[in-house]
Design a protein around this ligand. Structure first.
Ligand code: S3P
Length: 198
C-alpha cells in the first residue's frame, strides 16, 4: 500500500476521532501537531492558544492574575468546546491530564503521549525560559522534576506512549501515523498504553 492509501485507510478507521497529544511542557506537542494534522488532512488546535484567544490574555498573565485553579477552569471549558468537534489534532497543555473530568473528553479520541525523556525536556524548557508559570520558582529544575514525577500516572492513561529521541517533529508525526493502525486494531488495556520506541 502506498502512503496515500495508508493514510486514507487510517482516516477511515479513525472515523473522525480527534487525536489528543499529551505530555510534559516542552515535549513537542505544539510543534508536532501541525505536521500530524497535515499528514491526515485534519485541522490543528492548540488548547493553550485557544485559551489565550478566548480570554484575551497570555497564559503567564492568567496564572499571575487569577492563579492555576482559574486557568484549569478555562482549560476545561476550552477542552469541552474542542471535544464537540471532530477530525482534529489537539495539542494539550501539559497539566490538562491532571483533571479527571478532562478524561471524559480525551477518551472519546485517541490519546498520544509524546515523551522525549527528562534530559531533552529540561534542555528545551531552559531554552525558552519565562513562558512556563509553573517553573517560575526558586528552583525550576526541582519544580519540573516534581511535576514530571507526579504526572507520569496521568500520561500513562494514554493509548500510545511514544518515546522520542533526537528527531524532527515531522518524523515524530510520521511515526505516529505509522503506529496508529496497531493502536486501532489492538487497543491497549486501560492503564497500559502501547509503547512505541522511535
Ligand atoms: C502547563 C503547561 C503549559 C500551559 C501552562 C500549564 C502545565 O502548556 O498549559 O503553562 O501545567 O504543565 P505546554 O505543555 O504547552 O507548555
Amino acid at each position: 500500500m502506498d502512503q496515500s492509501n495508508r493514510v486514507s485507510s487510517l482516516k477511515q478507521r479513525l472515523a473522525g476521532r480527534n487525536l489528543y497529544l499529551i505530555g510534559m511542557m516542552g515535549c513537542g506537542k505544539s510543534s508536532t501537531g501541525p505536521h500530524l494534522a497535515d499528514l491526515l488532512g485534519y485541522a490543528f488546535i492548540d488548547s493553550d492558544q485557544l485559551i489565550e484567544k478566548v480570554s484575551g490574555r497570555s497564559i503567564p498573565e492568567i496564572f499571575q492574575e487569577d492563579g492555576e485553579i482559574e486557568f484549569r477552569n478555562l482549560e476545561k471549558q476550552v477542552l469541552n468546546v474542542i471535544g464537540q468537534r471532530h477530525s482534529l489534532v489537539v495539542a494539550t497543555g501539559g497539566g490538562l491530564v491532571t483533571i479527571p473530568e478532562n478524561w471524559g473528553i480525551l477518551h472519546q479520541g485517541i490519546v498520544i503521549w509524546i515523551d522525549p525523556g527528562r534530559e531533552r525536556l529540561l534542555a528545551r524548557i531552559q531554552a525558552d525560559a519565562g513562558k512556563r508559570p509553573l517553573l517560575e520558582t526558586q528552583s525550576p529544575v526541582t519544580s519540573f522534576d516534581e511535576l514530571h514525577t507526579a504526572r507520569q500516572q496521568f500520561y500513562a492513561e494514554a493509548d500510545m506512549h511514544l518515546h522520542v529521541g533526537e528527531v524532527s517533529e515531522k518524523e515524530v508525526a510520521m511515526k505516529i501515523i505509522e503506529s496508529l493502525p496497531s493502536i486501532l486494531s489492538d487497543p491497549a488495556a486501560p492503564g497500559a498504553p502501547q509503547t512505541i520506541e522511535e
